[in-house]
Design a protein. Structure first.
Length: 260
């Protein structure tokens, strides 16, 4: 595993840290290559219920892809295609996780860093956060999948504003458009983010993951129940967590869910 990617676990919450503070956590090709395997391991770990993705320090989530590598890893069309495939695989792996994911965004969240944040379920930022997607400043074209994630969050007009201009969007603008979900002061962001993650970890995980799956289906265009969604809903009644939830409600206590 890349030395620039660190995974830690505290209780049911795992943290994946982009750990290159000297370059504002710029994402190298090696990091992109390693992400799918790392994320698969976190998703397969029954002890983990929520993943927080962050950058090291409080200056940046990630300032983008590591541009210093571009001549080597994106010097021509063939190498660029290979590079783009690695980026897409990393973002798909993050978006495709069965467990909830929260991007904790301090400071700069630009380019490839914003791409990873968009692939998370939620984005919590500090009040100094700066979001930008900058292909128009580099002569590049943003992928359809990444653009789709952006449009899903902010709508087509705001997506065009972001992509056409390449301008930075501050935390308040990000909140207004839906790019960010919640904001807190810099010194309070970690407590705010992990408080939410730990709350989600106490909920019935069958319900949480089923909700994530159903929302994904709706975003992809599904509008009516099918056999899979009907079975998903009906099968919840057979889980121990459903029985525990009902008992806890009747006994006026907090439930202790065990499904993982």
């Amino acid at each position: 595993m890349s030395d620039d990617l660190k995974v830690e676990r505290s209780g049911a919450v795992a943290t994946l840290t982009l750990d290159r503070p000297e370059s504002r956590n710029a994402i190298s090709l090696e990091m992109y290559r390693d992400l799918p395997g790392i994320l698969r391991g976190i998703d397969d770990d029954s002890r983990v219920k929520v993943l927080v993705v962050r950058g090291a320090g409080t200056k940046a989530f990630a300032a983008g892809a590591d541009i210093s590598e571009f001549r080597e890893v994106r010097g021509d069309a063939e190498s660029a295609r290979s590079y783009n495939e690695q980026v897409a695989a990393a973002e798909q792996a993050l978006e495709g996780m069965s467990k909830p994911t929260v991007a904790m965004v301090h400071g700069y969240c630009v380019g490839g860093g914003c791409g990873l944040a968009l692939a998370c379920d939620l984005r919590f930022c500090d009040t100094s956060a700066k979001f930008a997607i900058t292909p128009a400043k580099l002569g590049l074209v943003y992928s359809l999948e990444s653009t789709r994630r952006l449009v899903d969050l902010v709508g087509p007009a705001q997506a065009k504003w972001i992509l056409f201009s390449g301008r930075r969007m501050d935390a308040q603008h990000a909140l207004r458009t839906g790019l960010a979900d919640e904001a807190a002061e810099t010194e309070e962001l970690a407590e705010h983010t992990y408080g939410f993650a730990e709350l989600v970890a106490t909920r019935a995980q069958f319900s949480v993951r089923a909700s994530k799956d159903i929302v994904r289906r709706i975003v992809a265009g599904q509008r009516r129940e099918d056999a899979e969604t009907t079975e998903l809903r009906n099968s919840s009644f057979d889980t121990d967590d459903y029985a525990e939830g009902v008992r806890a409600f009747l006994e006026k206590r907090q439930p202790e869910f065990t499904w993982s």
